[in-house]
Design a protein around this ligand. Sequence first.
Ligand code: SF4
Ligand code: SF4
Length: 315
Amino acid sequence: MKSSLKEKYTRLIKKEARALGFDFCGISKAEKLAGEEPWLAGWLAQGYHGKMAYLTNHFDKRLDPSELVPGARSIVSLLYNYYPGDEENDNAPFKIARYALGRDYHFVIKDKLKAFMQFLNENIGEIHGRIFVDSAPVMERQWAARSGLGWIGKNTLLLNRQMGSYFFIAELIIDLELEYDGPVGDYCGTCSKCLDACPTDAFVDAGVLDASKCISYFTIELKNAIPEEFRGKYERWIFGCDICQEVCPWNRFAKRHREPDFEMSDAIEKLQKEGLHEITEEIFNKIFKDSPLKRTKYKGIRRNIDFLKSASGDS
Ligand code: SF4
Ligand code: SF4
């Protein structure tokens, strides 16, 4: 393709990303993430994924975008801000990760990605591709970092100098050749606040997370009982944990999101204050049907609250 056309399409795509509300858009060449292969293999071999067996599936697909989209040429990485402010959890007896206070981001962002693909087909031509938001074996942080949207910090999250780390990452993998961005530097420097602040010592090393020790894993992914050794260790989190983001100096640049769907729902506010209180499983399923909390189900939230209460001596 002529380079003037590539430039034109690249500009068009970045403009449309902004129009759809994405905060940042960067583009990488779709190629095998060869450098990440030994790292991923080693991480899985150590068992740091805990009981998240799905992470061991589709090893090749995780590393090679053409396994997901035949003929893939470009990865368009997108960031979407969800930062609600800091006050939401401050005095709540039960804390919920900031990303989960409003409507499930899968719904919100998928709608935008579908509109994006439609725009490409209408304005550029027939383009084949797939959309992703935390929904398939895609190494989202690695692609976003390659696309210059930030660097992977010691807390293993993507950090962006303008907005910190409270954002969702999404991608289009498409068979259209574009102009590619390059990575930015690593701006963690000598800081180690996230490593020091983690209450369960989940970081094995800078940038290496033993996910099987992370509060997010315990409160969301783990189906069984939370191991006794962690009792009393994790503050008041009942769904996810933001500690290694709260302490990160780059998050002082986070600005409040503008997405109405991410406003805290009344049901979440009540849950933060009262726990499940008189909520039955039936009511839970109804009021949290569009919330990220449905992932852990009533049983999971009940277990998480009981675990906290038993640690603090409440019954
Ligand atoms: S989310 Fe919480 S528990 Fe998990 S690594 Fe970060 S600080 Fe530690
Ligand atoms: S807290 Fe410090 S070391 Fe950790 S991710 Fe942020 S800047 Fe990097």
